[in-house]
Design a protein around this ligand. Structure first.
Ligand SMILES: [Zn+2]
Length: 145
């Protein structure tokens, strides 16, 4: 079965922007799942989720108002996360360090991950780091000898 794949991170795609109220180029910021990606309008900078069209859509488990509330709550959480991410990334000067599990990353540094993109090391332990990425917080190993 031929699966459609998401456009790669940093690629631009043409989509409708609600804020600009017209079609704009959106840059792919990060993949949030196998079928969805976070994209950002190149003109106004507003972000939205791009989803691959599904041939077999999942049955909707929540209908109407409940689904809307859940969506709004998720969006608010996402916006808060995006704000935190942007603030953290802006707080550190210089280039992001390339992530490798063999390297040692101190707290409050920027790293660049081949899959998850740029992230901020919020906490650093002996063998793992907690990193704020554009889409979510992830625990990564480091300092592996
Ligand atoms: Zn826009």
């Amino acid at each position: 079965m031929a699966e459609m794949t998401l456009p790669p991170v940093a690629k631009t795609i043409h989509l409708e922007c609600k804020k600009c109220a017209c079609e704009r180029y959106f840059v792919v910021v990060a993949h949030t799942s196998a079928t969805s990606a976070k994209v950002k309008c190149e003109v106004c900078g507003s972000q939205k989720t791009y989803k691959l069209p599904s041939k077999n859509p999942q049955p909707r488990q929540l209908a109407g108002a409940a689904a809307k509330r859940k969506e709004a709550a998720a969006q608010a959480k996402k916006n808060a996360h995006t704000d935190e991410y942007n603030n953290l990334m802006a707080s550190v000067q210089g280039e992001a360090l390339k992530y490798s599990m063999k390297s040692n990353f101190p707290q409050n540094t920027k790293i660049s991950h081949p899959k998850f993109g740029d992230g901020f090391v919020r906490l650093s332990y002996a063998d793992k780091i907690e990193v704020v990425f554009a889409d979510e917080v992830r625990a990564l190993v480091h300092n592996r000898q």
